[in-house]
Ligand binder design. Structure first.
Ligand code: IMP
Length: 433
């Protein structure tokens, strides 16, 4: 299995970082292809916990080249901080191991001000964005006004692009959002300086990918957020501003779909969501609270409490279809260890009918459908000492079997603790060795 896309199947925070880190051991390149510092990938290595926002999760493997592709949006301030922190912790000793596309669009201070100003203006109808400027920066890209990372290396080019753009942003901030405006000079100065600092890492993703393909080396494409946050196929408007689906790996990194050998969907053993929007299996009772506490469900980027609920096979079927999933990676199974019984949503009741998928009337079913549950017994056992998939309690195996049977996609990996090494491979998972 050479080139693998790792994708979130729910509303993000499924534990993609851990799966990427695990597979990166046998990979040469890890590519981040969409989103920006709205994402937060947490990796636990021994006593240390690392939170990544821009940098691909392959960075902890010295032999891996990490690529930030064209489709990612970069906040140079926090990206540089992230690099500096990684270096101070003994990673990224060789700067050639990080290659950032000059065509990635750049988040500037007004993007963040517009993001938060809009949220404030929406009042009770706020979207719950991460306020990192993600929507506004992608908006500038689509109207073809955005500033790209490479622009920060050329003073005149940067000034000529920024000056008219800032005039427009300031007009909007002052007159529509009633917010503070920004001066040109400090932005120019700060971001030219950041451009100079990041210059060592700016390079062509095409070159890295071409070499890896020629040498038959493994490339991992690391998704951010999750399927239901996809701009076109998620719970619009409560979505992010990029395409989070597997196909975006090709578009954003500029490769053809024939390169992809496997699409691994990462599934948290229950469901979580941050921000506003539909969440049919949400639990607002003590079980929801239990999942939140037991799973440490706080956003890596914003620290917000994540909403928690039962696993939802209907949204997962949507993820199987829209991503073309070939394998599943189940994460945080251990969070369910203490439960007496576990529910799993197998359909939604809507207008007197039970819907098992979201192929039609997607929005209506997600908004008004009532989840139909199957109840399974819990296993009430700790899993940390288990080293092989077959050692899992029979009730846990039944839970996984139900997921596989309903989704018709094999489970390849099961993660049983936050620790990097606690990943169990199934028979299907052996293909990734
Ligand atoms: P934005 O991406 O900051 O514009 O936020 C839009 C929606 O996506 C909000 O509901 C956020 O909470 C959600 N979101 C963005 N990034 C992530 C993530 O990495 N994990 C989970 N939710 C996210």
């Amino acid at each position: 299995m050479k080139n693998i896309v790792i994708i979130g199947t729910q509303w993000g925070d499924e534990g993609k970082g851990k799966v990427v880190d695990y597979l990166a051991e046998n990979a040469h390149v890890v590519v981040r292809f969409q989103g920006g510092p709205n994402a937060g990938h947490t990796i636990v290595i021994g006593e240390n916990k690392f939170a990544l926002h821009h940098i691909p999760s392959g960075i902890f493997q010295d032999h891996v080249t990490c690529v930030i592709a064209n489709g990612v949006v970069i906040d140079p301030v926090s990206c540089y901080q992230e690099i500096a922190q990684l270096k101070s912790q003994g990673f990224l000793g060789d700067p050639s191991k990080l290659v950032i596309s000059p065509y990635a669009h750049v988040i500037l201070p007004y993007h963040k001000a517009i993001d938060s100003g809009r949220e404030e203006k929406r009042g009770k109808d706020f979207l719950g964005t991460t306020q990192r400027g993600i929507g506004p920066v992608y908006e500038d890209k689509v109207v073809r006004k955005g500033i790209r990372l490479g622009d920060l290396l050329d003073t005149d080019k940067f000034r000529n692009k920024l000056s008219p753009l800032l005039e427009e942003k300031n007009f909007y901030l002052k007159n529509f959002l009633k917010k503070e405006t920004f001066d040109l000079s400090p932005i120019l100065e700060t971001y030219l300086e950041l451009g100079a600092k990041l210059k060592t890492y700016i390079g062509s993703p095409y070159v890295v990918l071409q070499k890896a393909f020629q040498n038959q080396e493994r490339v991992i494409f690391e998704g951010a957020q999750g399927t239901l946050l996809d701009l076109d196929h998620g719970t619009f408007p409560y979505v992010t501003s990029s395409n989070t689906l597997s196909a975006a790996a090709c578009v954003s990194s500029g490769i053809g779909p024939q390169r992809i050998d496997a699409v691994v969907g990462v599934v948290k053993a229950y469901t979580t969501r941050v921000g506003t929007g539909q969440f049919p299996t949400e639990l607002t009772d003590s079980t929801g609270e239990f999942l939140q506490k037991e799973g440490h469900e706080f956003g890596t980027t914003t620290g917000r409490k994540r909403r928690c609920g039962w696993l939802d096979l209907v949204i997962l079927k949507h993820a199987v279809f829209t991503n073309g999933l070939t394998h599943l990676a189940i994460t945080k199974l251990d969070v369910l260890n203490k439960l007496e019984e576990i529910k799993i949503c197998t359909g939604y009741e809507y207008k007197g009918k039970v819907f098992k998928d979201l192929l039609e009337n997607t929005e209506e079913i997600l908004t008004y459908g009532k989840p139909v549950y199957e109840t399974l017994p819990g296993w009430k056992k700790d899993m940390t000492q288990m080293n092989h998939f077959s050692e899992l309690p029979s009730e846990a195996l039944d839970y996984l079997k139900l997921i596989e049977d309903e989704l018709e996609v094999p489970v390849a990996f099961v993660s049983t603790s936050p620790e990097r090494t606690d990943v169990l491979l199934t028979e299907s998972g052996l293909a990734f060795k």
